[in-house]
Design a protein around this ligand. Sequence first.
Ligand SMILES: Cc1cc2nc3c(=O)[nH]c(=O)nc-3n(C[C@H](O)[C@H](O)[C@H](O)COP(=O)(O)OP(=O)(O)OC[C@H]3O[C@@H](n4cnc5c(N)ncnc54)[C@H](O)[C@@H]3O)c2cc1C
Length: 477
Amino acid sequence: MNRVCERWSQPSKPAQTGLGGHAGRPTSKPAEITTPYTDSFADTDYSYMSMSPPSGAATPGRPSQPPGLSPQAPSISGWLPDRRAALDRLEDFIPYAGRPYALSRNFDLGPQQRSNISGLSPWLRHRVILEEEVLAAVLHQHAPDTAEAFIREVFWRGYFKGWLEHNPAVWHRYRQSVSQQLTRLDSQPGLNSRYEAAVSGKSGIACFDAWASELIATGYLHNHARMWFASIWIFTLQLPWELGADFFLRHLLDGDAASNTCSWRWVGGLHTRGKTYLARAGNIDQYTLGRYPLPAGLADVALPIEEAPLAAARKPVLPGALPPGERYGLLITEEDLFTETLPLPQPPEVIFYLPVPARRSPVAASAPVTEFVSSLIAEAAGRAGHHFSTEAISLPPDDWQAALAENALRRGIKQIATAYLPAGPARDLVTAHWPDTLALHEVVRPYDRAVWPHASAGFFRLKKAIPALLQGLMPTD
Ligand SMILES: Cc1cc2nc3c(=O)[nH]c(=O)nc-3n(C[C@H](O)[C@H](O)[C@H](O)COP(=O)(O)OP(=O)(O)OC[C@H]3O[C@@H](n4cnc5c(N)ncnc54)[C@H](O)[C@@H]3O)c2cc1C
């Protein structure tokens, strides 16, 4: 266990969601490295792919193993819903977060072989572990430039969160569109059957169908598979991007309003205006090591999706610190499950928690997602109750506002603190039904306060700020 993890670690237990895993494969010669969301990725020359061989044959230049992958690197084998499991995975992965990650991360080796990526996202998304913890652990073992690729990916998460805070209308528009598009399915049988085929893994495109099934079964997809899937959904199957994003959000254990919505928009040419991501058969073949028959009939052009102009970006208005002295209750939601480390002036009088995830979609979230997130929340509430030596009360999902107001009144509490609620389902739920007898104070983490101002436009601005952010954000021992 490294120094940083020890500082924040807590003991705990488990019930597992996800995969069965095994160890890595031997290292081999380097191949071209591409990185999602960088210009170099968008500008990759795919022209050699027009010479793709028939299905089953090896693509010329395709490596038989990912470069850099260490045979010792352990694969993630699933996602237990607790912080201990997150720390264990972090500890296992950190030695490989340098060059092995940079060289091999773009390879999707299948659900049984996830040693080349951290697999931390289901925990990071819910803040069971924090970005700054992960970054500190990485920097404890690697020089910043050795682990640059991994560090940058962790900041992509903060970038999308910050970007959506600057552009919350994108989230609201997306929510409205999902409802409208789902209604359209009822009146358009052709669209409906294409949609049903896609989400049930019957599109006829073998890799796409395998990813749909994998997503449903495991709650996870490799980043590259997410990009190919979204691209095929939008440009080959000609399905509305919002329905694909909704399918992901319902099934991903790491389903996140910002990362998911912005990434789908990025693939479709709405995030970086006019720049789309086109999935190519040869690229899929190369980065899956030929696990699927070479997909035929993929779209060969990707025209950017059009949408009505967006409202101008706004500077997020972040509340100041919670004033000391006043008694308060702490509300825990799925957005932040490490409340022991929130900047709070004194311990809360009582903890309340919303025991199930907020509604990610007009259609129910998958059972594995609901189970995973509910267990994470319960574990976090127990941990926080123990830490603050305070009772943790589960609120009834259907009438949580009344129970919260009544409980607070009985204890003479007029103020509730909660970790800042970024744009997303939990914010929608809490702010739409907040009891007017209680003041709500959102507590902003220093990490978000530091990172989000750099996320008003493209990633490049944040990328430039990473060295300074790393200096300022790392916890001191
Ligand atoms: C269409 C699409 C939808 C996506 N939806 C989500 C989502 O709902 N939730 C989510 O957390 N990520 C989403 N991603 C981003 C990315 O695919 C996952 O974060 C990553 O695959 C998680 O696996 P990992 O933890 O092994 O990542 P690693 O490669 O080990 O990276 C470490 C951490 O960095 C962050 N990260 C890495 N890549 C990205 C990225 N491209 N964007 C944002 N953060 C990143 C994650 O927190 C991740 O855990 C999406 C990407 C695409 C293309």
